[in-house]
Write a protein that binds this ligand. Sequence first.
Ligand code: ADP
Length: 165
Amino acid sequence: MTGTGLAVYPGSFDPITNGHIGIIRRALVVFDKLVVAIAINVRKKTLFTVEERLDMLGESFKNDARIKVDSFKGLTVEYARRTGARTILRGLRAVADFEYELQMANMNRKLYPDIETLFMMTGEEFFFVSSRNVKEIASLEGNIDSLVPPHVAVALRKKYGITSP
Ligand code: ADP
């Protein structure tokens, strides 16, 4: 599928959270198919390897044929072009996300004007959820069960060597 029916949702997904999933579910009202793609950035230190993150994404969407998971190196616009997508999807939480996202969207449009960046505002229930704070809470043995899917909570506990939920 190409054109308007397909969007690429890029990110680090280190790990995927219920905030990401909320955006994905809502985007599927607009798009027929989504590629959720890990942007591999060797300069960014991540908790999970690309393979681990891909596995967690795959497990999250294994029952939904509309969602494909993938990873890529290099520019997101180039990746989107290769997949045939015309839209890059991004989520917006607070004002803090705005400036960075505006810069990225404008730069991407300059690089490849045929691809549009579309923003979805986060639902209020996930406003405060980020991969970063989920990791922090998990590392301090806090309860993350409402913030990530169950298999991600298990993976986080394992990473931090926490045995009980
Ligand atoms: P990146 O490292 O590219 O910011 P992330 O995995 O942190 O990747 O996020 C991917 C996308 O999802 C970004 O557009 C980010 O703003 C958005 N996002 C992350 N958490 C949430 C959330 N809780 N609600 C809505 N969007 C979110």
